[in-house]
Write a protein that binds this ligand. Structure first.
Ligand SMILES: Cc1ncc(COP(=O)(O)O)c(C=O)c1O
Length: 371
């Protein structure tokens, strides 16, 4: 089986831990266990038995995740190692060679890559910048055929931070229902909306919806490596059968901490911290874009930990990112990893002084090229 390199993750794996200012992350500055847990909970961690546990996730954790949705039980939930494993298992459970999959782009290209690798025909529908990086439903209708098995969308979106309106969500559900196809949504950035209420989950709008979620992004706990799928009982059971072939279980310590994090009051506390950090940093970024308006422009993100920024110079985005890292010690992601040159992705979840210093160096670098 051939698979295209996942350039977004490859670039990060190679450089993000050694660069001086890493602005390539899409999540929020992570918690430590000490910051997250009460002293009592910290001492309880020491008593967690390091056994295998349940291959689809501890029942109590699946119940707590089910409680985030109306009318769901643990049978509608499978816990995974990060939402990355949830997405992988989704592809391996529900798609087969010859199926068609509609993917909205720009997007985190993991499902796109795995689907192509196993012989699924991937049809791309553009998220339109002029529509605030949301889809035109007529484009979606044109892309769906009798062979389409599933549509997959990332909401809130990676890399643009766009959030679909309720009207567009209902429109997508209407198209999926009309064709009897699955609607998958990766909702790992949900809950980090900056100036609006949290939108509903697709899982609560459509009987054939399956959602990926997890603790890495809006919830600022990527090191726990906890993600999950929520969907119809039968499809969740099928994905559980695949899980036996991947990682068997998630870590016992991670599941213990995850169960604390997804309780409603704790979840809101975590999301408030995320939104505070992101709002402050977005204001800082907006001031920087305003001050450098001859070079950069963007549609401000409505959620999540990143902004997708268009730049005016003619340099290729991968060249720009590598030179910026090598010459100025700042790491961003190039639009190229999304198939969109002349854009860069800047993480806004880092500590403010870090973001400020990185942005200053980016502007100085770009101005030096122009002279
Ligand atoms: C949209 C989306 N889904 C899934 C993942 C994988 O995240 P994790 O496995 O840490 O939950 C990422 C990581 O960047 C992402 O952006």
């Amino acid at each position: 089986m051939k698979i295209e390199e996942f350039t977004l993750e490859r670039i990060q794996s190679l450089y993000e831990n050694t660069v001086e200012y890493n602005l390539s992350d899409s999540g929020v500055h992570p918690y430590s266990l000490r910051e997250l847990l009460t002293p009592e909970q910290q001492s309880q961690v020491l008593d967690v038995e390091l056994g295998y546990g349940w291959t689809n996730g501890r029942t109590e954790l699946r119940q707590a995740i089910a409680n985030l949705h109306p009318n769901r039980t643990p049978e509608h939930v499978m816990v995974t190692n990060g939402s990355a494993e949830a997405n992988f298992i989704l592809v391996m459970s529900l798609l087969e060679p010859g199926d068609e999959l509609v993917v909205f782009v720009p997007n985190y290209l993991q499902i796109w890559g795995w689907a192509r690798a196993i012989g699924v025909t991937v049809k791309e529908v553009l998220l339109r910048e002029e529509l605030g990086w949301t889809p035109d439903l007529d484009d979606v209708r044109k892309a769906v055929t009798s062979r389409t098995k599933m549509m997959t969308i990332c909401n809130p979106n990676n890399p643009t931070g766009a959030v679909l309106s309720r009207e567009t969500m209902d429109g997508l559900v209407g198209i999926a229902r009309e064709h009897g196809i699955y609607l998958h949504a990766d909702e790992v950035y949900k809950g980090a909306e900056l100036d609006q209420d949290e939108p509903p989950s697709f899982a609560d709008l459509y009987e054939k919806a399956i959602v990926t979620n997890g603790l890495s992004k809006a919830m600022a706990l990527p090191g726990l490596r906890i993600g999950w799928l929520v969907g119809p009982v039968e499809e969740i059971y099928t994905s559980w059968q695949r899980k036996d072939y991947t990682s068997i279980t998630t870590g016992a310590v991670s599941e213990f901490v995850a169960e604390i994090a997804v309780q409603p009051a704790k979840r809101q506390e975590i999301l408030s911290r995320s939104k505070r950090i992101l709002r402050e940093n977005l204001a800082l970024l907006q001031r920087w874009v305003d001050a450098n308006g001859d070079l950069f422009s963007f549609v401000p993100p409505k959620a999540g930990g990143m902004a997708f920024i268009r730049y005016a110079m003619s340099m290729n985005s991968t060249d720009l990112v590598h030179r910026l890292r090598e010459e100025r010690g700042v790491m961003l992601l190039p639009g190229d990893v999304y198939g969109m040159d002349r854009y860069i992705r800047i993480g806004i979840g880092a500590p403010a002084h870090h973001l400020e210093a990185g942005l200053e160096r980016l502007a100085a670098f770009v101005r030096a090229q122009a002279t």
